[in-house]
Design a protein around this ligand. Sequence first.
Ligand SMILES: *Cc1c(COP(=O)(O)O)cnc(C)c1O
Length: 427
Amino acid sequence: MLNRSIEAYNEALQYIPGGVDSPVRAFKSVGGTPPFIEKGEGAFLFDIDGNRYIDYVQSWGPLIFGHADKETLEAVCDQAQKGLSFGAPTLLETELAKEIVEIFDAIDKIRFVSSGTEAVMSAIRLARGYTGKDDIIKFEGCYHGHSDSLLVSAGSGAATFGMPSSPGVPADFTKHTLLARYNDIESVKQCFSASDNIACVIIEPIAGNMGLVPADEAFLQELRELCDEHGTLLIFDEVMSGFRASLKGAQGFTSVVPDMVTFGKVIGGGMPVGAFAARAEIMAHLSPEGPVYQAGTLSGNPVAMAAGLSVIRRLKKDPSIYQVLEARAKGLVGGFEKIANNYGVPLQVDVRGSMFGFFFNENEVKNFDDAQKSDLEFFAKFHQAMIQRGIYFACSQFEAGFICTPLDEKLIDETLEKIDDALKKIV
Ligand SMILES: *Cc1c(COP(=O)(O)O)cnc(C)c1O
C-alpha cells in the first residue's frame, strides 16, 4: 500500500515541479508513485506508509556502509556541535585530501566542491585553462552532471559536435563538445580529426549511467595514447565508481593513468561533497595558485568533510570490504541469471566491486546504443513488481545498482526469492 505516498506525491506536485528535486526520483520511466521515504536503516528503506524495502540504490551510490550508519552519524554529529560552516580553512580538509591523494598514483592535489556536477564542470574548466584549448570529447551514455556544455546529444551521427539535449542550453555552449561512442576507438579518432583543439576527453571508466557498462582495457589504453599524441588531458569521471568499484575506483581495474579525476557520491558518505584532482603541475593552474577561477561558499564544508573522512578512513583500513561486496553482488546477479534463464527472459549482467548492473537484453551491452535496445517495457513491469515485493531497485534500466555492507547473503537470498516470484507473475 502506498496511500500516504500517493497523497504526499500529489501535494508535492503542487509546490515542486514534478514533485521531486531530481527528475529520476519521479519514477517516470517505470510508472507508479515513488514511495516517500520516512527513514533508512542499514540495507533498508522505510516509506511513510510503513513499507520496508531492501535498498539497492543507497541514495544513488554514496552510502557504502548503508543508511544511518552509526560511525558516519557520530562523525557528523560531533562535528556539527562545533558549527555547521566557517568559510575558512579547517584541518579536516587537509586530512581528507591527504587520505585520498595517498590512494591514487595519478593525483597530487585535490579541490573539494559540493556536488559531482560542480566537480566535473570545474575539472573541465581547469583542463581548458591548462591546455589553452576549447573543445572536449564525451561519450554517449556517460553522465557527467547537468552543466551546460555536458547536456549534449549527438548531432547527425556519432563523432560530431553535439547539440543541446535540453532547452535552455544555447547551441553556442555545446558546440565545443564532441560526442564519441563508448568502447569504440574509431569514433574517438574521428573526433580528433574533426578538431585539433581538444582540451580533454572525459569518460566514466566504468560507466554507471547507461546501466553498468565497463570500458574495455584496450579501449582505455588507446584513449590514453590518443590523448598523449594530441596534448589532450584524459579525465576519469569517478563520481560514481570512485570508492565504489574498489578503493581506487576504476583505477583498481585498469593500468591506464588519467590526468585528472573527479569524485562525488561515496566521498561524502551521504553528505554533499564532490572533488576534482590532478597532478600538482595541473592543479597549480587553479585559483588562487593559478589563474583558472573556481570557488564555493560551502566547499569543504566541515560536517561534510567529517562524514567523508570517516568513510574513506574505514574503507582504507579494510579494503577487503570490496571483495565481500563483490562476492555478494555476484551472488545476486548470478542467481538472477539462473532465474531469468528458467523463465526464458534474456538478461545481461555485470559486476564491478559493489556496483552491479542488469539489462533485459539478448546481446552483450558495450555502449549506449546497445543499452537502448533493452526491453524497457519489461523493465518497467519488473521494477513495479519488485517494489510491490519490498525490493528497491533503481527506477530506470539505465542505472547501476549498489550493495552496501549491511546487505548480507540472507537479504540477497530474500531478493532472489522475490525476483523468482515477480518473474512468475509478469512473464
Ligand atoms: C552522479 C554523477 C555525476 C553528478 O553528480 P551530482 O552530485 O549528482 O551532481 C557526475 N558524474 C557521474 C559519473 C555521476 O555518476
